[in-house]
Write a protein that binds this ligand. Structure first.
Ligand SMILES: [Zn+2]
Length: 197
């Protein structure tokens, strides 16, 4: 193997390359004593496989910023223990019923909806129900739970919610309950309980 030619700069040569004084003045000595080393502050990734290529598991989490927009009064109502509904103010509209989930605009005539509050207690009747054993991702209720479709007088819709306790049957009377003490600030803040009366 041929010896590599190493050029050793003469003093004169290196002096030539010295940068102008102005730039030299900005150069500071790097402090190494007493400084902390850069640390890895993440979590070690798990290696899932190495063949034919390395694959790691890299968990990510994000905060999804979501606006309730024109439906905000509905969620404000839940926090106050009220079930708020929308109705179409257009007198010529064929749909006179109230809407839950609320709508910003009438699905029939596209007029901007008006808000109403159902008087408490809100009593409904179970139209149908199903037992949820395996909830989908994002369902923040313990399983199993009873998902119930409840008929509420005056409504154009039969909204879905859940039965807080008890066993449902078709035609069962239920009363709306609100999670005002520990609100989740989601639609889960209202549910139904069996109603005797
Ligand atoms: Zn309408």
């Amino acid at each position: 193997m041929a010896k590599k030619k190493v050029q050793i700069k003469s003093k004169a040569q290196s002096k030539k390359k010295v940068q102008p004084k102005k730039k030299m003045a900005l150069k500071k000595k790097v402090q190494t004593k007493g400084t902390e080393q850069i640390r890895f502050i993440g979590q070690t990734t798990k290696i899932r496989q190495t063949e034919p290529a390395t694959v790691i598991e890299w968990p990510r989490s994000i905060t999804h910023v979501h606006t309730y927009g024109m439906l905000s009064p509905f969620f404000e109502g839940l926090r106050k223990g009220q079930l708020r509904v929308t109705r179409c103010p257009n007198q010529n509209c064929p749909e006179k019923g109230l809407w839950i989930p609320p709508r910003a605009h009438c699905p029939d005539c596209h007029t901007e909806m008006r808000w109403d509050t159902l008087p408490n207690p809100v009593i409904g009747t179970i139209h149908t129900f199903t037992e949820v054993v395996y909830a989908g991702t994002g369902i923040e209720l313990s399983t199993p739970y009873w998902q119930v479709d409840v008929e509420i007088p005056g409504l154009a819709t039969i909204p879905k919610s859940y039965l807080l306790y008890g066993k449902p049957y078709i035609g069962m009377k239920v009363k709306a309950e609100f999670r005002t003490k520990k609100p989740t600030n989601t639609v889960l803040d209202y549910c139904w309980v069996p109603y005797e009366g």
